[in-house]
Ligand binder design. Structure first.
Ligand code: ATP
Length: 281
């Protein structure tokens, strides 16, 4: 991706550096009732500072997506509270404090790449010229300028995911929520997009809450990793990733990278041995 100049497309409300951008306090989620009842999350607490890249890591069913959905105001917790820049998720959503990228790009096939990126701006009534300026910058950022007039079905899976990242950035939110955005992609594309995401973080200063079940992906991308254990989903441990801030692909072949992966794998396997929680794949 090219170095963008979209550090601030809109002067949207920002938090001061002393503030936490995301506060998740004692969140529990219970689905259903009676014999069907599932405690998806139990007393989950963590905070994320501005400009942090934090991954939620855990096995299938540990509640990662549920947690992200609560932060994104797509689901209400049974108990506990979430704040984004000091506001309730609903208020934060209305103030366009976050963008979301899902595992499947969910693009509109009848709209061109450019018009998919411009959709959130159009919905806000942004002037056509301004829409065009912002989408041009974002398409440049994700390396899709040449494909602006293509349709999503003419793009590869990786390119489609780039479009959805650009669309999530269209309203210049300070926070990006990403739910396994690269898990459907091949290893080569995945690694390329991981690098590109780090470049977006470096050039825009945005904050990321990233769901994954890949330990290497979490280690490569994150400043901190929150490991969740399952049944019920709880914070098992929190790990600062003490790797160089500038992450290059060669880092994946280094001893400190392997060590970090081993640390997380071991801590998780200890938990599994104690509780028979399913392993990572
Ligand atoms: N709408 C729902 N109704 C009932 N149970 C649900 C609902 N959504 C999630 N669950 C349950 O809550 C638990 C956590 O699900 P969630 O999808 O958050 O896990 P996950 O860690 O994201 O899994 P995966 O990695 O497979 O996507 C699971 O046991 C799941 O079956």
């Amino acid at each position: 991706m090219n170095s963008p100049s979209v550090v601030s497309l809109h002067p949207s409300t920002r938090v001061t550096s002393e503030q936490q951008l995301i506060e998740v306090d004692h969140v529990s989620v219970i689905f259903g009732s009676g014999p069907q009842q599932v405690t998806a999350l139990s007393d989950v607490t963590f905070h994320i500072a501005p400009n942090e890249f934090v991954s939620l890591l855990g096995p299938s069913g540990c509640g990662k997506s549920t947690l992200l959905r609560i932060v994104a105001d797509l689901l209400q917790p049974t108990t506990g509270r979430v704040r984004i820049a000091g506001k309730e998720p609903k208020q934060a959503r209305l103030q366009r404090q976050f963008g979301i990228v899902f595992q499947t790009p969910a693009l509109f096939d009848w709209r061109t790449v450019r018009h998919n990126v411009e959709l959130p701006l159009e919905l806000l009534g942004t002037r056509r010229k301004e829409c065009r300026r912002i989408s041009s910058e974002l398409l440049d950022m994700v390396g899709l300028t040449r494909f602006a007039d293509h349709y999503p079905w003419q793009l590869s899976g990786g390119m489609q995911q780039r479009v959805s990242i650009a669309r999530a950035l269209a309203l210049d939110p300070p926070l990006l929520l990403m739910d396994e955005p690269f898990s459907a992609l091949d290893e080569f594309t995945k690694e390329k997009l991981q690098m590109e995401l780090l470049e977006i973080k470096r050039s825009t200063g945005k904050t990321f809450l990233f769901v994954t079940h890949s330990i290497p992906e979490a280690v490569f991308l994150s400043d901190r990793i929150i490991v969740l254990s399952a049944h019920p989903g709880q914070v098992h441990s929190v790990h600062s990733v003490n790797l160089p801030a500038e992450r290059e692909n060669q880092l994946r072949e280094t001893e400190p990278f392997y060590q970090m992966i081993t640390t997380i794998r071991n801590c998780f396997h200890e938990e599994r041995d104690a509780t028979h929680v399913p392993s990572f794949t």
